[in-house]
Design a protein around this ligand. Sequence first.
Ligand SMILES: CC(C)(COP(=O)(O)OP(=O)(O)OC[C@H]1O[C@@H](n2cnc3c(N)ncnc32)[C@H](O)[C@@H]1OP(=O)(O)O)[C@@H](O)C(=O)NCCC(=O)NCCS
Length: 205
Amino acid sequence: MSPKPDLTLRYMTLADVPQVTAIDRLSFDLPWSERSYAYEINESEHSFMVVLEASRELPIAGWRRLLGLNGGTRIERRIVGYGGLWNIGPEAHISTIAVHPQARGRGWGEVLLLAMMRRALALRAVEVVLEVRVSNERAQNLYRKHHFRTVGVKQGYYRNNDEDAYDMRLNIENAAARQQIEASYQALYEQHGFHDSYTRHKPPG
Ligand SMILES: CC(C)(COP(=O)(O)OP(=O)(O)OC[C@H]1O[C@@H](n2cnc3c(N)ncnc32)[C@H](O)[C@@H]1OP(=O)(O)O)[C@@H](O)C(=O)NCCC(=O)NCCS
């Protein structure tokens, strides 16, 4: 990707599933199946899946360039990260979040997390909850940076190696928490200048 691609947050569609599952397999020991994504996107009423897409303008090569088609450039779009949010009753559960390994460390995981937190606010959730492997310090740092607290340990939660999970939570009911999320989202928006149809609009259908 070029240093400053255009970024878009939007709802995940079925057409995104091949790219999303590719990132999933690179990111997790227990990746979800394509069928699971299709269910979350099309069938579940509680699911709010998001992708972060990066686009950049590239010069056209070959005969198209010789003909001068499209002004000599084309737009390349790539999904660089994704996330999943379930909203059941007062809980908004972050079910998954990943950034392509080659795109990590640019603040894009944070963009995805804050987008889901902002969607949780719009859904009037009381609490945002998630599980994270006890060995996954990178992700824990990300959650702590945004004020999640560890409230417990789920023993042997991950079935591939019986690893424990931290149960991390953030209450978003009070005005101070809401303001904090909005301020962090705004700061990221100013930093990255992304387009956002995920937190600004209701899901299609
Ligand atoms: C966790 C993950 C989504 C973070 O995405 P990212 O785009 O690399 O993270 P960002 O650049 O947005 O970093 C945001 C914060 O995360 C933490 N973080 C990110 N990378 C880190 C690293 N290598 N070491 C320690 N902390 C790190 C820091 O708190 C960082 O804030 P800072 O830059 O102010 O220090 C990404 O590492 C990933 O996809 N991991 C594999 C999948 C996964 O573990 N998902 C979480 C499941 S619970």
